[in-house]
Write a protein that binds this ligand. Structure first.
Ligand code: DCS
Length: 481
């Protein structure tokens, strides 16, 4: 029998190199335990509906009507659906040619892209051009499309924060490029020091890598920090000086749990800076319906907006997007609804506000419960989750625990997370899946379990952790960070 292309040995090496911890060893073990009948609390993926979050009523009504347009002809439709949902469903159907069952333009429905542009303009105070907005199947696909256009080979480097969300490391591996890390500073609330950036670029250049782009995740995943305007200005200036494309992952822009640093988009900061920066820095910004108070992860809706890209490049991106024919059409409607929400006076407005604020306020309380819970544990320190959906506590593992991990053939944080899973059913992701400094260990949890379950989860975590630390204690100095 001859060698075949899909034999494991002959697969594309880039595929084999990809590491993706969010669904890695911990997740697999958790799934096994679940099959054996153990109750598992899945906090490994930011997937709000899977943890019990209810969908917002209005957008589901609109999409239900778009999916089943014959309901619009039913004389009783007004008994089941409010008039504003009916009107909005008709609006979206009028924007499509053939309804939800037809491919759309591969950049997305023009009318929805216009709604996105209007949203960006309201948010930032600068006009946005629908021709430079592409709708995608979740933000992930957009990130992959853009990285694909940038990475020409292993000599091309992308600056990525560490810790980072592994979409970036995995896609860069898959495309055969080079990840150039820049470290976020845990003791400065996961802030970003531009001097570190310079250092990272210098080191990469020394290795012969051409640094082409820089990723920022704001608010941060897994680190939960919100970048200040001053910090964003420094980053944009840096991209200007170094000729880097800035990729602004802003999928958590509605998930903010403090008032000192509200979300501010990279695009607004760049426009505020004026020329030459505002005219020259190439920026691509990403957003999604998966996060915020929507949490509609399964719908797979996203967009990216391009600023200062030449028209020929936009055409090439359009051509490549066309290979996949069309983004999900139902998801495009969700995107339209997200960027063009109900207004005061609309019949469904109050219910919509009640539902969305309820979710956001609860997330804010849960962020606090988690951080405080972690900080009450032995050898655990955790920055407050300022935004996004995650807590990223540092677990200070004593030498004896690291030794035990080594004996078990595990990376220390994987060892700890597996023990946590076996003892409590809490399924987390080890910090090594996101990158962390040498010899420092973390785990990531989402802040998404139901609020009423939170105290019990945190006390079960504390019981496990404190016993673990006692078990492996020695005369090691237990100073905090
Ligand atoms: N960017 C960041 C920073 C993310 O955290 C995610 C998803 C995405 C992009 C992609 O989202 P969509 O493709 O759904 O739009 N976050 C994953 C995570 O860390 N846990 O769950 C999903």
């Amino acid at each position: 029998m001859g060698v075949k292309a899909l034999d494991y040995e002959t697969l594309n090496e880039n595929v084999k190199k990809v590491q993706y911890a969010v669904r890695g060893e911990l997740y697999l073990r958790a799934s096994e335990l679940q099959k054996e009948g153990k109750k598992i609390i899945f906090t490994n993926v930011g997937n709000p509906h899977a943890l019990g979050q209810k969908p917002l009523t209005f957008p589901r009504q609109v999409v239900a009507l778009c999916q089943a347009p014959f309901l619009l002809d039913d004389p009783n439709v007004g008994l089941l659906f409010p008039a504003d949902a009916i009107a909005r469903a008709k609006h979206y159907l009028s924007l499509t040619s053939g309804g939800l069952g037809a491919y759309s333009d591969s950049r997305g429905i023009p009318g929805v892209r216009k709604e996105v542009a209007e949203f960006i303009e309201r948010r930032d105070g600068y006009p946005s051009d629908p021709e430079l907005i592409f709708l995608t199947d979740g933000a992930s696909k957009g990130v992959m499309q853009i990285l694909n256009c940038i990475i020409r080979g292993e000599g091309d480097g992308i600056l990525v924060p560490v810790p980072q969300y592994p979409l970036y490391s995995a896609t860069i591996s898959l495309l055969g490029g080079s990840l150039v890390p820049y470290y976020l500073e845990e003791t400065a609330n996961w802030g970003l020091d531009v001097n570190n950036l310079r250092e990272s670029v210098a080191q990469a250049r020394f290795k012969g890598i051409t640094v082409r782009a820089m990723v920022i995740i704001n608010p941060g995943n897994p680190t939960g920090q919100c970048l200040s305007e001053a910090n964003l200005r420094e980053i944009i200036n840096f991209c200007y000086q170094e000729n880097l494309v800035l990729l602004g992952d802003e999928v958590y822009q509605q998930n903010i749990y403090q008032d000192e640093r509200p979300f501010i988009s990279a695009r607004k900061v760049m426009m505020d800076m004026g020329p030459p920066v505002s005219k020259e820095v190439q920026l691509v910004s990403f957003h999604t319906v998966s996060k915020g108070y929507w949490g509609e992860c399964g719908q797979r809706g996203g967009y990216f907006e391009m600023t200062n890209l030449p028209p020929q490049t936009v055409d090439e991106i359009y051509k490549v997007a066309s290979i996949a024919l069309s983004p999900n059409v139902p998801a495009q409607i969700f995107m339209g609804l997200m960027v063009n929400p109900l207004k005061p006076g609309d019949i469904s407005y109050e219910q919509f506000v009640r539902e969305s604020q309820g979710i956001l306020e609860s997330l804010r309380r849960r962020a606090r419960i988690m951080t405080d819970g972690f900080n009450s544990c032995k050898n655990v320190v955790c920055n407050f989750t300022e935004g996004a959906m995650y807590s990223f506590p540092q677990i200070r593992l004593p030498p004896k625990a690291r030794e035990a991990a080594k004996q078990a053939g595990k990376v220390p944080d994987v060892f700890y997370c597996l023990k946590l899973l076996e003892a409590t059913g809490i399924s987390t992701v080890p910090g090594s899946g996101f990158g962390q400094k040498e010899g420092v260990f973390h785990l990531r949890t989402t802040i998404l379990p139901a609020e009423e379950d939170m105290p019990a989860i945190m006390s079960s975590f504390k019981k496990f952790n404190d016993e673990f630390m006692d078990q492996y204690a020695d005369n090691w100095n237990r100073s905090r960070m």
